[in-house]
Design a protein around this ligand. Structure first.
Ligand code: RB5
Length: 148
């Protein structure tokens, strides 16, 4: 994983900056789709901007940070082909890569500290999808998208 797209709202700005520094220190390039200040803004705008970059194939994976991670994950999961997981523990961050092939990790800047968040980011970046029986289940998620 060489590059990651990342975005946030005002509730996630501080944590997003910590994550960018962490990823860059690991040699992973980041593209930041905003927001860039603590002025109040609307998280769906940033979820949309980030998801479009994954849908276009420019990026394979992204990270979204808001106050709870929940609004970002709800907005991101409305995009075709996006499998966003809101996590606040390392087990879930690892499993959502192994079993769900998550391509977006959503974190809560008001929920988790930078240390735990960066551990989750590392697992999200480094863990491979297991495939096998999980491929069929992920394909079933795509079928639901097609039905709607
Ligand atoms: C903003 O106050 C807050 O609602 C937002 O960051 C997020 O937590 C929404 O899910």
């Amino acid at each position: 994983m060489k590059k990651i797209v990342i975005g946030c709202d005002h509730g996630g700005l501080e944590l997003k900056l910590e994550i960018i520094a962490h990823l860059n220190k690991r040699g992973i390039e980041t593209e930041d789709v905003g927001t860039y200040s603590t002025s109040s803004c609307n998280y769906p705008d940033y979820a949309r901007a980030l998801c479009k970059k994954i849908q276009s194939g420019e990026f394979q994976r992204g990270i979204l940070v808001c106050g709870t991670g929940i609004g970002m994950s709800m907005a991101a999961n409305k995009h075709k082909g996006i499998r966003a997981a809101c996590c606040s523990d390392t087990f879930s961050a690892r499993m959502t890569r192994m079993h769900n092939d998550a391509n977006v990790l959503c974190l809560g800047g008001r929920v988790v500290g930078a240390g735990l968040a960066c551990d989750m980011v590392d697992l999200f970046v480094d863990t491979e999808f297991e495939g096998g029986r999980h491929s069929q289940r992920v394909a079933m998620i795509a079928d639901i998208e097609s039905d709607n």
